[in-house]
Design a protein around this ligand. Structure first.
Ligand SMILES: Cc1ncc(COP(=O)(O)O)c(C=O)c1O
Length: 398
């Protein structure tokens, strides 16, 4: 029998060593550990709505189980679901995608992963605006691509202009990532800036991968998808998700809208990995997309109220500066004025907040900046107040 010493260490692939575990999921893990020890934690770490999934959506899933809709479906989702996705998109954003330009996947992250595997090869450069959602960088790297970082302008509420992107283009550039509204800043790009970036990409023969998972959580009153720009559709991949819009994070249903050839390649990849998204979830998704959208409007009104509350609270804390987000459910305050000898990075501050103030936040390092923390305000106003009070006390003691 082989002894412990004789067993060779596991050799993992170069590919898996290129990427890191998700920083946001790491915070969730730490917070869970403290909670299990009985710590009374205020959790601003979670990247998911605090609302229950609307009743009519849950009932559609239960009905699907009772109707034995529990077998394999087509890999990219049923025709009924893909039609519901393109119909909803056309109603809300005046797009004209066809069923064959749509694939349903196991969450928006899965759709993004598949799209990048299909479009990005070894050495391809991908423009990634900073601050970025944690997974973009690692998904690009896993495909062999090289993220090229473009810093958004914090003094202009993290604005990203076409000129900033143009300066970063090289002959190796293959794609540009957009994410409006943004995780982690909540920044919303103007339709004019997005249009100019699509035009630029079109002129240079580049792909735009537009992550629109928060597209319905837009507080400007001017909800916008690049899918409405029909003239640029041949170079655009839109990533969508039901997770945040309908408070369905655990159900895992996302999609991509893209040229039929890209969808077909993504389907090939999906056919060799997960196959179809869960059958009963597809029925629930159809109910969400085709049903009354009042639940989306109700949640939006609550997001705006919570955003106003948390921004006002943060602005009262000495040393904290904070851009006013126009979408998603995150604020991204800059804490650099509070840095000194014991705390001189967001990671230090997040550790102190977690272990001394018992407030869970995500440090900016995971999003490409070291002066900010991400606060998710997807919680009750009472929890927000408890957390803000604890943060103010800790900051005052530094
Ligand atoms: C910017 C962005 N894209 C995609 C996703 C993935 O969402 P899901 O896989 O739940 O659809 C998230 C989740 O936090 C996100 O923040």
């Amino acid at each position: 029998m082989a002894t412990q010493a004789e067993v060779k260490p596991l050799q993992f692939t170069e590919r898996i060593n290129r990427i890191e575990p998700s920083a946001t999921l790491a915070v969730v893990g730490e917070a869970d550990k403290l909670r299990a020890q009985g710590v009374d934690l205020v959790d601003f770490g979670a990247g998911e709505p605090h609302f229950a999934t609307p009743q009519h959506i849950k009932e559609a899933a239960i009905a699907a189980i009772h109707a034995n809709f529990t077998k394999y479906t087509p890999v990219g989702g049923t025709a009924e679901l893909r039609d519901a996705i393109v119909h909803r998109h056309s109603m809300d954003f005046d797009s004209d995608f066809k069923r064959e330009q749509c694939i349903a996947s196991v969450g928006g992250k899965h759709a993004l992963f598949n799209a990048i595997q299909v479009l990005i090869g070894h050495g391809d450069e991908v423009i990634l605006p900073v601050p970025y959602w944690v997974s973009f960088k690692d998904i690009i790297r896993y495909a062999g691509g090289v993220p090229v970082y473009v810093q958004a302008d914090e003094t202009q509420d993290f604005r990203l202009t076409p000129q900033m992107i143009e300066r970063a283009l090289t002959p190796r550039t293959k794609a540009i990532i957009l994410n409006s509204p943004s995780n982690p800043t909540g920044a919303v790009m103007s339709p004019a800036d997005q249009t100019a970036i699509l035009r630029l990409a079109h002129e240079r023969g580049l792909w735009v991968i537009s992550d629109e998972c928060y597209v319905y959580l837009n507080f400007t009153g001017q909800r916008f998808s690049v899918g409405s720009l029909r003239e640029y559709q041949d170079r655009t991949v839109i990533i969508g998700s039901l997770s945040k819009t309908y408070s369905m994070t655990g159900w895992r249903l996302g999609y991509a809208l893209a040229p039929a050839s890209v969808v077909s390649a993504m389907q090939k990849l999906q056919s060799q990995s997960t196959s179809n998204p869960t059958s009963i979830v597809q029925k629930a998704a159809v109910a969400a997309l085709n049903g009354d959208q009042k639940c989306v409007d109700d949640m939006l009104a609550e997001w705006v109220r919570l955003r106003d509350h948390v921004v006002a609270g943060l602005k009262k804390i000495p040393g904290v500066t904070c851009a006013r987000p126009e979408g998603a459910f995150y604020v991204y305050p800059n804490l650099s004025k509070l840095f000194g000898t014991s705390v001189n990075s967001a990671a230090d501050m997040a550790k102190k907040l977690l272990h001394e103030a018992h407030v869970a936040v995500v440090p900016g390092e995971g999003f490409g900046t070291r002066e900010h923390i991400r606060i998710s305000y997807a919680t009750s106003q009472k929890e927000l107040d408890r957390g803000l009070e604890r943060m103010a006390k800790l900051f005052a003691s530094l």
